[in-house]
Write a protein that binds this ligand. Sequence first.
Ligand code: GDP
Ligand code: ZN
Length: 327
Amino acid sequence: MTQASLMRGVIISGTGGVWRVRTEQGDTIDASMRGRLKKSNAGRRADGSLRRDTVLAASKTPKLAVGDDVLLEEGERGGAWAIAEILPRRSKLARREPGGGQGERIVAANVDQVVVMFAAAKPEPHRRMLDRFLVIAESNDLTPRIVINKVDLVGEAAARERFQAYERVGYAVYYTSVKDGRALDELRSALGGRRSVVTGPSGVGKSSLLNALFPGSNLRVGAISESVNKGRHTTVGAAMLPLLSEDNGYVIDTPGLREIGLWSLPGGQLDRCFPEIRAVRDQCRFADCRHISEPDCAVTTAVRGGAIDAERYDSYVRLLAELDGDA
Ligand code: GDP
Ligand code: ZN
């Protein structure tokens, strides 16, 4: 077979055996993993082409995940496609395996940012859940962005007031309305050229918003939550909806992200996942301060002084208790 028959694509869903791949040309095809898989960069000639002699045993290759960039080759007799190579991952959204082991489960590969979406009303926003999503993003070193949709229902001033604590922390917050089109241009450019995990409770307008941002994506209203539910009982647990523009955008449903949970994030690392706590924690008297009842704690001092938002701190305390309960 000639090198020219290798085609690049990205994994958009899969149940383990057969993977759905979106090719560079924009086609969606099904492909299975080739028995023996070439290693990422090793086995390439200087010009980037593949060397036939460097193959890795399948057991040594990384497990495939939604979001992985792959090279496909046509099967021997034509027709079927096989995944010949997984290209290097630049980031991942993962959860550690429970029990404190070394293993981790990759929920999605090559994620650039996590867009956490809530509605200003209908359904009522849930700040504790928002904080949980933010911690998941932070613990994976992914940049979170916050979208507050349906601002038309409460007015922008009220929405801004409610979420100003997040702007103070330094998060980008977009106050959008699919109904009147507010802030959609801003958000579109924040999503452009990046791969985003878009998450949030159902009913906040994720499908509506993505359709408005990327007309032609043709997501049915409610489609995102559905796509998630389908993948739910598989080991993959994630599905990606490719958006209509070049190289960006995939969407992981809410249950998918919630399942990642905070599993096995050591309690001592939770403070790093709150930027405003991270900023002052070095000033605590004890290096291993948990910022609960320790003396000379810079965090509780900042909470009392109003520099750290009390509700955010409350989320920290509850999540810490949850993580300690896990251990
Ligand atoms: P998803 O479950 O997050 O994908 O939410 P959907 O896109 O299915 O939207 C849920 C409902 O909210 C639908 O009835 C939408 O028409 C409505 N909706 C979406 N965005 C807005 C908005 O900005 N303002 C208002 N008032 N309603 C919206
Ligand atoms: Zn402290």
